[in-house]
Design a protein around this ligand. Structure first.
Ligand code: SF4
Length: 294
């Protein structure tokens, strides 16, 4: 299902953000209810309304910028739910606005069911998280927002994302320990992914670039912790870089046009279930890290 950009501005300035500066400069009128409703209706009639994942299976991903900053968000969620009964809506958010418990409750009520909220955590504490988001105090608000979501009488499904790049990949174990400590017994999904070099992230390549073999080594070192969560997923990792017990957690997390299977993948038995390499990553790093065929 399509990625629907719900708002084009954000109150974080994440160093690895996949959006370009030009996206935030678009007029915000294009993201208010009337324009969004026109796009959804065009899509439902079979027209070309959305750029990413327009006809793939899965959830309707409500992205940004930061969707919770859209002043029409509640009306928009109610509209989507009315027009998409039974469809899964997933809101990708930095979680900060959910620090207001009334707002957290209103969003979940407007979205109905099934509804998921995916929030990224960039470190195990404010020093690292806030240095990645570029906003002092963002860690505290994101964690407060998550607590409010979990405290709702009927909480949404929650996905906690850890996006690894050079600034934070060494802290993966500490982030997972933080999640276990602060959200014990909660039923959420953990997603660990290697960052995608796009938008602002591509512009910051000199600060962010790290080989997949290095991030995968941290993921492998955290295998026990990852497997202890009720649900964990790994995005953008070639299967041959992961320990066998972790391979079932890995998803083919990108559309075909965004991935490549270079020379070492020829004849690899794992290929049908493997994401291969992200295209921009292959251009920057080549394929020498791959261990296939497996
Ligand atoms: S060799 Fe290629 S297809 Fe096989 S596991 Fe590695 S990346 Fe995937």
């Amino acid at each position: 299902m399509p990625d629907i950009p719900v708002w084009n501005k954000c109150d974080n300035l994440c160093v690895m953000c996949a959006n370009t500066a030009g996206f935030a400069r678009n007029t915000s009128r294009d993201y208010l209810l009337p324009a969004q409703a026109r796009r959804l209706e065009r899509h439902l009639r079979g027209g070309a309304a959305y750029r990413k994942n327009a006809r793939t299976a899965g959830a309707w991903n409500l992205t940004g910028g930061e969707p919770t900053l859209n002043p029409d968000l509640l009306k928009l969620l109610a509209y989507f739910r009315r027009r998409l009964p039974g469809a899964r809506l997933t809101l990708l958010s930095n979680g900060r606005r959910f620090a207001d418990p009334a707002f957290a409750a209103a969003v979940c009520a407007a979205a109905g069911r099934p509804f998921s909220v995916a929030v990224s955590l960039h470190g195990p504490g404010p020093a690292l998280h806030d240095s990645v988001t570029g906003v002092k105090g963002s860690f505290a608000r994101t964690v407060a927002g998550l607590k409010n979501l979990f405290a709702l009488p009927r909480p949404p499904e929650v996905e906690l994302r850890v996006i690894l790049h050079r600034l934070n990949y060494r802290s993966l174990g500490a982030v997972l320990a933080f999640l276990r400590r602060v959200f014990p017994g909660r039923d959420y999904r953990v997603v660990v992914m290697h960052y995608e070099s796009e938008g602002r992230g591509a512009g910051n390549a000199a600060r962010l670039a790290v080989p997949l073999s290095a991030t995968a080594a941290r993921v492998n070192a955290a295998a026990r912790a990852l497997l202890s969560f009720p649900e964990a997923r790994l995005y953008h990792f070639p299967l041959c870089l992961l320990k066998p017990p972790l391979r079932p957690l890995a998803a083919v997390s990108l559309p075909p046009e965004d991935r490549v299977y270079p020379g070492p993948c020829r004849g690899c038995a794992l290929r049908p279930a493997c994401v291969g390499l992200m295209r921009p990553y292959f251009r920057a790093f080549g394929a020498s890290e791959l261990e296939g065929p497996v």
